[in-house]
Design a protein around this ligand. Sequence first.
Ligand code: ARG
Length: 484
Amino acid sequence: MKILNIFLTALMLLCAAGCKKPAKPKLTMVTNATFPPYEFVSGRGIDGIDPAIIRTIADRLGYELDIQDMSFDAVITAVQSGKADIAASGITVTEERKKQVNFTIPYVVAEQLIIVSKKSFVRDLDDLKKARIGVQHGTTGDLYTSRNIKEPERFANAPVAVAALLAGKIDAVVVDAEPAQVFVSQRQELILLPKPLTYEEYAFAISKKNPGLLKQFNEELVKMKESGELEQIIKSYKEKITAENEDEIEKEARSLWLGIKDELHINFVKDGRWLYLWRGLLITLQITFFATLMGIVIGYAVAIIRSTSDQTGKMKFANVLCKVYLTVIRGTPAVVQLLIIYFVIFGSLDVNKVVVAIIAFGINSGAYVAEIIRGGIMAIDKGQMEAARSLGLSYGQGMREVILPQAFKNVLPALGNEFIVLLKETSISGYIALQDLTKGGDIIRSQTYDAFFPLIAVALIYLVLVVMLTELLGFLEKRLKKNE
Ligand code: ARG
């Protein structure tokens, strides 16, 4: 053992000294990090039992691990479509899911529990039938409740359901036992009903097309079980969370006295939570800026093709293509377009998600920009083009030098409107697990169970951005007027 250690250390030193590290193959793991102690977002990124187990195995198998956070109902699809190699998300093995993906051997036995408020009338299964029940969308809790109890209210994740329970919007939350215990330990007004609804087993999901990886993981899991390492990882996370919660509760007792100041502290200062907003803001700005540019380029081109075709009868085929583009983009919701571009078009390609979002929003915005600019072109008197042509300009020159500059000035307010819409539209980026501004607020909400401060903060930031953008456009408009 010792010799091996010395050898490894020597090797590492050698590498550090400059020899080129062989690039390790990448292993992409997807999860929904709203499920402590299995997966949660912490200051250090995505942490928890699942990431720890997968990281250990990936290290041993010589993979470079990349962890991606997305909505729970997307993790299995991500593996199936080849977007990810493995899903590790406290996933219960079910017959339906087995049809889509392969499961490793189970690593944990779990159960579904019911969280209620201490003051609630819900005390047993019978009461539950009369209660408003919250679940995380697409989970086994969701499935069990809708099949055996009643139609539940479906939330994006369990912490949001818990927040709704705290706010009195629902009467109970059905969720896996261990996260349930964590949530209850963080809020004194909540309790767990003693009787579990179901028993289940968690396993990792791997694509059916990748039996080799499944075999490797199973072998490693067996070894980790036998050596007690698996048990050790699970235990250490449970202990860590209990320890952290003790001080959370202390805070809460104080919050009765300090009120707003303490709420602000918990939501934004503690654990550097404001960073989620700051980093999210940068991503939102990045997406908006580049998508706007792309939208202008596409919109401009489409508008010119459309009006040239209308006025001269040329470019018929391109005109048809443009019409199809406009119909499809304006006829479908942006969020669906974003998901199609991410999951279908870029399917198994490994493209940066910010780039995917820029492309999706750029293509979307282009359709609206096109019609705005075309409106501007059409509003210019026909005589202008005729005059330009009679002065010897070609159609293209007339367009570029006479028509477009005037059209642009006229449509500026409408374009400004489009950019404002685009900026706010990017708030759906969270659907492809991008941590934009809105998602940043969601992460904070999932950690503090507070809806008010994170949402108001996010709203204020968008508002400030829009006001600044409006000012900027106003300024531009004035400049253009002066140039007349
Ligand atoms: N065990 C449940 C299921 O498989 C819930 C899992 C939720 N996991 C998560 N990371 N949010 O449906």
